[in-house]
Design a protein. Sequence first.
Length: 348
Amino acid sequence: MTRRRFLGLDGLRGICALSVVFYHSNNFFHKGPVLQHGFLAVDVFFLLSGFVIAFVHENKLKTGAGLTWFTRLRARRLLPVFWIGALFNLAIFFWMVSAGYYPGYGWTFAWIVVPLTTLLMLPAWGSPDGSFSPPMLNVTWSLLVEWVVNIAYAAGLFRLPTRVLAGLAVAGWLVMSVVGYFTDRGWCVGYQMLSIGMLRGAAAFLAGVVICRLHGRGAFDRLPQMAPEILLAIWLCIASVPTFTATPTFDAFTVTILCPALLIFLLRAEDRAPAWFKELGDLSYPLYVIHPGLILLATRTPLFGLDKRPDLLRALMVIGLSVLAAWIVTILTRRPLALPLPARKAAA
């Protein structure tokens, strides 16, 4: 596998990030969330992470790159973007606390506990409204889970045979499917129960690793090709499915069947993926980490006039500002610091 980047996967990552933004835009366009199953985009992120990490790093890990090297490389790739987004959202949060939009948040908790836990991606246990990360709309739980799963993979999971990883992924998904029936939100858990979030993230990540290995062996070469734009439209249809209560069966079917299928068919359609998919991929991570502050401003304050009633034009303005902020972060962090392999291990 000589390809270094998959445009089809970039497109899927970008459209999933937009799905999360629209899902968080509760009551902006109409009463309720716009994409009521947009939260399942998180499972796509885990799936894509497993595929990409295995594709880029597995051979290097097998030849002795080491956990320290891998962790430093991931940190230099991900943390600058995250910290820019976190500081942006914290600045908005501090203003909102000072203006009285977060009643119940004491000085110590708001100005010491919240910033520390946010910057470290840790849960802010004890927050008055039960938030995992108040300035970040709880998105940090998924980033924390991804870090833990990435490190576990580089620490030794990469050595396991494909059939073992597949078995672990299926077992994790089976447990998640059962758990989904005992929550009031189906698979929309993670920040509420971090242990379940770890299970949710690990299962999808390992499935992504398995798909990467099977792809490398040509296992999908005989599958038909579909237009990448149609595949992204299918995801939007999935995210748009309405729900009035928990939907554990639909969630489980989407995560375990539909999402892997979308990934596989996008791999088959890679030669037909348009160049602008790359821009979607570049915006995805910055958009994911920087949109919460603007959403909070629109939800809790009268700044955009959306705290009282929906408004199409103002809602689109908030979405547009989120994309603009993400684009600025993308420009600022376009060249991540390079980290060469240590000489001794590179020689191996």
